[in-house]
Design a protein around this ligand. Structure first.
Ligand code: ADP
Length: 153
């Protein structure tokens, strides 16, 4: 069984995140969307909501699982028997940042490979932290998040 873990904060989950997961579905038997919990980080949306929203986005497929985790992504991969870490790339800055993390993860566990998928150009400008700012200031974020998600719910 080919399993990939897609780790992130997903605060909130955006159309860009959805695009990466959907593009990965033909490549893997299972994609685990893993919401990372870092006790030193403050999130805008609580964990239970983020988890529920992602479940709703992928209600149409049984290939996607949603979990929450603390600690190292490679440890989570081992726990779930996943040999791949899935990440999305929007631009060269993402590549630079992500390649560093991927090399570190490879140093921690060479049996786990990072796999990168390019985001759809329509979603390249979508950034969860900007979505949060717009939301906090009362703006309409519906163009940036999956239709199944209502941030007010
Ligand atoms: P992190 O806080 O770890 O960056 P995010 O929730 O912001 O977590 O992102 C998780 C993953 O989704 C990362 O691989 C990131 O590059 C990717 N990603 C974020 N936004 C987009 C987007 N608009 N299109 C494609 N991939 C994206």
């Amino acid at each position: 069984m080919k399993t990939a873990v897609f780790p992130g904060s997903f605060d909130p989950f955006t159309k860009g995140h959805e695009d990466i997961v959907r593009k990965a579905l033909p490549l893997f038997d299972k994609v685990i969307v893993a919401i990372g919990v870092n006790s030193t980080k403050k999130y805008l949306f609580d964990l239970e909501k983020r988890e529920r929203w992602i479940h709703a986005v992928f209600a149409d497929t049984d290939q996607v699982e949603v979990v929450t985790f603390e600690g190292l992504t490679v440890d989570l991969c081992k726990k779930h028997g996943a040999s791949f870490i899935l990440r999305g790339l929007r631009n060269p800055a993402d590549f630079q940042y992500e390649s560093n993390i991927a090399h570190m993860n490879e140093g921690l566990d060479p049996s786990i490979q990072s796999v990168f998928l390019l985001c759809d150009p329509r979603f390249a400008a979508i950034n969860a932290s900007i979505v949060r700012e717009i939301f906090k200031n009362g703006g309409d974020v519906s163009n940036f998040i999956p239709n199944t998600i209502d941030l007010h719910a």
